[in-house]
Design a binder for this molecule. Structure first.
Ligand code: AGP
Length: 615
């Protein structure tokens, strides 16, 4: 959701603060702001509605000089995205500034308490109360001790937070705090740096401290960092993490946008993931942290996720049920949290989350753990909360995904789940080493097949014209490719703002067919599989009503070529269950071309944020 950065050290703070915000902008982009402790002893800042680029322009004339500061890019929850509601927020004296990521659930009570006690709150946000609570503590029980003042304030908060706090009376120091929202810190000779996630720190240090819940950190300009627990005791060995991301991975590198770059990175991401995975005993997956006996005993699996990652679960369910023969349920995390899951003694819960910070998914995982399940995470972000709270973690190694619309993490997560399904199939005795090897070699074919699809992007560019005047679109597919239809529709919706609905193709006649009229765009995923002919019949029904059909089909399919307005061709895929991993690439590119033709910012679609850290 929101992105926060902080710095104290030898250098001018504004440089890192603005660069850091630009790197974190995918976390939210409704408003942005910065506050710097100036040599004159005051706190000076700029904040404004809109993108970080607007803030950068404003800062050019603001002369923000100083070597300690904090900054924020916001995804609005409480209060409209206005200048006034942008962070940092100040206390009454203007000497304490805070930036916050998370939600303060008891902010209404705190607001009225603070107002009754003479504080003047000037924004509509939940976050502003934190600055005033720190002010109270600073003037009272924690006088002169900023860490204690922040600890004291946090004791009164309910909800989630990652905080960075600066105070004009404590030059050269920052205090950070965490509960439920991530915060990482780098300690270097140039100073100490804080950020919501590792992306802005990748170019600064390869080793960072990760605050745990209910921890506080004091960052000092000499680069030292001390971590404290909720009682104020120093933590001797705070959690750390090594960042092995190449800092340039989060730059455009000549591409027009991150979406184009990330689509193009899919083959390499899958290659990385498959490297050294096939061993003597099938798939090597020590990350599972379970013995073969424990794996063999699993009798039920819950796959839990949100959004695009939920679509991964739908594909994974099919692989696990058909290869490992384990009954598998897929749940939207936000729904599971209000259900009574039927957990057995040997139920495994697998959470799939690119960011590893999605609040609904984390809540569901905690609940499943409390019910006695082992929880295994499939995630992309190193050291994310999902990874830290799970019994085992499989990193999909797709590298930083900056575009809000997930592409390379989607395909890499599907491949990760295929590996998991093969591991389970072997443990269950449903497949021998040879059989696992055969499936693995099919997975190894995927990178080149995807490269081939990417080389055919001109087909997507051409087909995008079908959507020029459209107000809605229908996506159809059967079997595993009904999920390709769901994901294709989600991609189109989120980046082009064109309404799109997806259905299993056979269900169209039970309702959605009423939408069809001449020119209505229908995207049908109809690859060479065992239900191909049934799906072709559905295309006939679409054409008969004058609608315009764009198909995703396998090379050489003359029936589909004769029927459809445009065909997005995929090369033959050696295994039906893997077709979604290739076919979706066309729909990612199609969505991007439609969005660009409509003048959309494909990397930062309106109202969205990369990691959704509120329930
Ligand atoms: C993907 O294109 C979406 N932006 C969104 O649905 C996303 O997949 C969802 O919020 C889950 O995120 P996660 O994988 O980081 O948990």
């Amino acid at each position: 959701m929101c992105g926060i950065v902080g710095y104290t050290g030898k250098n001018q703070a504004i440089t890192y603060l603005l660069e850091g915000l630009q790197t974190l902008e995918y976390r939210g982009y409704d408003s942005a702001g910065v506050a710097v402790l100036s040599p004159d002893g005051g706190l000076h800042g700029v904040k404004c509605a809109g993108r970080v680029s607007t803030l950068v322009e404003r800062c050019k004339t603001a002369n923000l000089v100083g070597t300690t500061g904090i900054a924020h890019t916001r995804w609005a929850t409480h209060g409209a995205p206005t200048d006034r509601n942008a962070h940092p927020h100040m206390d009454c004296s203007g000497r304490i500034a805070i930036v916050h990521n998370g939600i303060i659930e008891n902010f209404r009570e705190l607001r009225s308490y603070l107002s009754r006690n003479g504080h003047e709150l000037v924004s509509d946000t939940d976050s502003e109360v934190i600055a005033h609570l720190i002010e109270d503590a600073w003037k009272g029980p924690a006088a002169g001790d900023l860490v204690a003042a922040v600890r004291n304030a946090c004791q009164r908060l309910e909800g989630s937070w990652a905080l960075a706090v600066t105070c004009a009376d404590v030059p050269g120091k920052l205090v950070c705090a965490r509960k439920g929202s991530p915060l990482v810190i780098a300690s270097t000779e140039d100073g100490a740096y804080a950020a919501s996630d590792v992306t802005p720190l990748a170019a600064i240090s390869s080793h960072v401290i990760q605050l745990d819940d209910d921890q506080f950190a004091l960052l000092v300009e000499d680069g030292s960092v001390t971590v404290f627990d909720r009682e104020g005791m120093e933590v001797a060995n705070p959690s750390t993490i090594d960042i092995d991301w190449d800092a340039s991975a989060a730059t455009l590198g000549g591409y027009a946008d991150f979406m184009a770059k990330e689509i193009s990175e899919q083959p390499e991401a899958i290659e990385r993931l498959l490297k050294d995975r096939l061993g003597k005993h099938g798939i090597e997956m020590d990350e599972l942290s379970m013995t073969s006996e424990e794996l063999a005993a699993i009798d039920r699996i819950y796959l839990v996720a949100c959004g695009t990652s939920y679509h991964v679960c739908l594909i994974a369910r099919d692989m696990i049920e058909s290869w490992a023969k384990i009954p598998t349920l897929c749940e939207y995390a936000s729904e599971l949290n209000y259900k009574e899951p039927l957990v057995t003694d040997n139920t495994l819960c697998v959470i799939v989350t690119q960011s590893g910070e999605t609040a609904d998914t984390l809540t569901a995982a905690r609940r499943m753990r409390a019910l006695g399940c082992k929880v295994f995470a499939v995630t992309n972000v190193l050291g994310s909360t999902a990874a830290r709270e799970s019994d085992g973690t499989l990193y999909v190694q797709a590298g930083p995904e900056v575009c809000v619309a997930s592409t390379k993490a989607y395909t890499a997560q599907m491949v990760a789940c295929a590996l998991l399904a093969l591991r389970l199939a072997f443990a269950k005795g449903e497949m021998d080493r040879n059989e696992v090897g055969r499936h693995f070699h099919n997975l190894e074919a995927l990178p080149d097949l995807i490269r081939e699809v990417i080389a055919r992007r001109w087909q997507d560019k051409h087909a995008a014209q079908v959507f020029r005047n459209a107000r809605s679109a229908l996506f159809l597919g059967r079997g595993v490719n009904s999920t390709t239809a769901y994901e294709g529709a989600l991609k189109l919706k989120e980046i082009s703002y064109l309404h799109a609905e997806a259905y299993p193709a056979g269900e169209m006649k039970h309702g959605p067919i009423a939408l069809l009229e001449p020119g209505f765009p229908v995207v049908t995923v109809v690859p060479a599989d065992h239900i191909h002919d049934k799906t072709v019949s559905n295309i006939q029904e679409v054409i008969a009503r004058g609608a315009t059909c764009v198909a995703v089909a396998t090379d050489g399919d003359r029936d589909v070529a004769a029927l459809c307005h445009d065909v997005l061709w995929i090369p033959p895929v050696p295994e039906e269950r893997l077709i979604p991993i290739v076919a979706i690439v066309h729909l990612q590119m199609l969505a991007r071309y439609v969005a660009r033709a409509r003048g959309r910012d494909v990397d930062k679609p309106r109202n969205l944020a990369k990691s959704v850290t509120v329930e």
